[in-house]
Write a protein that binds this ligand. Structure first.
Ligand code: NDP
Length: 335
């Protein structure tokens, strides 16, 4: 395979994000070459392919922040040809050629075997967004949250109909938490039914939290939170989290500003846990994938997954940034 199909990032004041051909010789250095079967569409891929966010700084760049496939060549004693593997994070699709190409060349220490019980498609249906949801759950648990301690108080999930949000709702509900799903699509019966199907016990209109008056503290509502949107909604969630609760923040789909005061932190002992999947250490990554394989019900995973072809990615990049994709989008590279 000398010529490879690849989706390239938009270049500043240059070429738009597009399906193109690259040469195998253009692949970066690395001791493992993976034949990519599946990748997935994440918010950051939307930014990179559309050029709307400055997530890519060197060009050309093959996008796709994650991939699952089969090892084609390995210079590592720990990985052999034919092995099914996942690679997520480590700057893939931003600083290093990513998953939207027939082949990827990576460093062996970034590679995680596809966990028992998952196939490559399911692994990418979970993908970076799902890994991040599990990292949020691990952060809440590290803070002492359990379904018993939460009791009747829900854990709130923002951006609930998106990729991170959908997996988070299903994981939390599966562990026995009450889950409040915050969505901009709460008024659409089909979307509300989707969120209830994933296990949400209440659906809250995004506008209710976005428009809440900016008081220092609000009534305590949440046992904990997974936030994928940032901005004023995150600020509201923080001041509605009950005494001693934790808010796991991972995203900024609703803005990067955080208009809060210190009151929730110093008067309610609320903790804000930042969650970052890109450089997440490998042992934590393996734990998170193992738990995802064990805990995420396959029927719900299938329910939240939409399949797309490589050539669909440039158009879908615009859709995800506009908040119009639902759940997870898997990209069939060489299924
Ligand atoms: P999606 O686009 O799939 O989901 C984001 C969701 O946020 C949308 O579906 C929508 O949900 C909601 N949303 C969209 N626009 C707005 C807005 N203007 N205001 C409020 N809510 C909005 O993206 P992902 O789930 O893949 O990623 C979500 C966020 O998490 C992104 O910011 C992404 O960069 C970040 N992320 C961070 C990672 C990390 O390691 N920290 C890893 C992966 C993702 P609804 O319609 O239900 O309101």
């Amino acid at each position: 395979m000398g010529s490879l199909r690849a989706v390239l990032a938009a270049e500043p004041e240059g070429l738009p994000g597009r399906l193109a051909e690259i040469d195998r010789a253009d692949l970066p250095d690395g001791d493992v070459t993976v034949r990519v079967q599946w990748s997935s569409l994440n918010y950051k891929d939307g930014l990179a392919v559309s050029g709307k966010g400055k997530v890519v700084r060197s060009f050309p760049m093959v996008c796709g922040v994650d991939l699952a496939g089969v090892v084609e060549e390995s210079g590592s004693p720990d990985l052999e040809a034919g092995q099914a593997v996942i690679v997520t994070g480590w700057g893939l699709g931003e600083e290093r050629f990513g998953g939207y190409a027939d082949l990827a060349r990576v460093r062996s220490e970034w590679v995680v075997p596809v966990p028992d019980g998952l196939d490559a498609r399911q692994a990418m249906a979970i993908g970076t967004a799902g890994l991040t949801s599990m990292l949020c759950l691990l952060a809440l648990e590290a803070h002492g949250l359990t379904p018993e301690r939460a009791g009747d108080a829900p854990v709130v999930v923002t951006g609930a109909a998106g990729g991170v949000g959908s997996v988070a709702v299903a994981l939390l509900a599966g562990r026995g938490y009450r889950v409040a799903a915050v969505s901009g699509r709460a008024d659409q019966p089909e979307q509300a039914a989707y969120l209830r199907g994933l296990g949400a016990t209440e659906i809250i209109d995004r506008a209710e939290l976005a428009g809440a008056p900016p008081r220092p503290l609000d009534k305590e509502r949440w046992a904990g939170a997974v936030d994928a949107v940032g901005g004023p909604i995150l600020a509201t969630v923080i001041r509605q989290t009950r005494y001693g609760g934790c808010v796991a923040a991972c995203g900024l789909a609703g803005g990067a500003d955080l208009p809060t005061t210190v009151h929730p932190f110093i008067l309610r002992a609320v903790d804000l846990a930042g969650v970052e999947s890109v450089r997440c250490p490998t042992p934590v990554r393996r734990t998170a994938w193992k738990r995802l394989a064990e805990e995420l019900p396959r029927d719900l995973l299938e329910e939240m997954t939409v399949e797309a072809a490589l050539e669909d990615v440039p158009a879908l990049a615009e859709e995800i940034l506009a908040g119009r994709t639902r759940g997870r989008v898997v990209v069939a590279v060489n299924p």
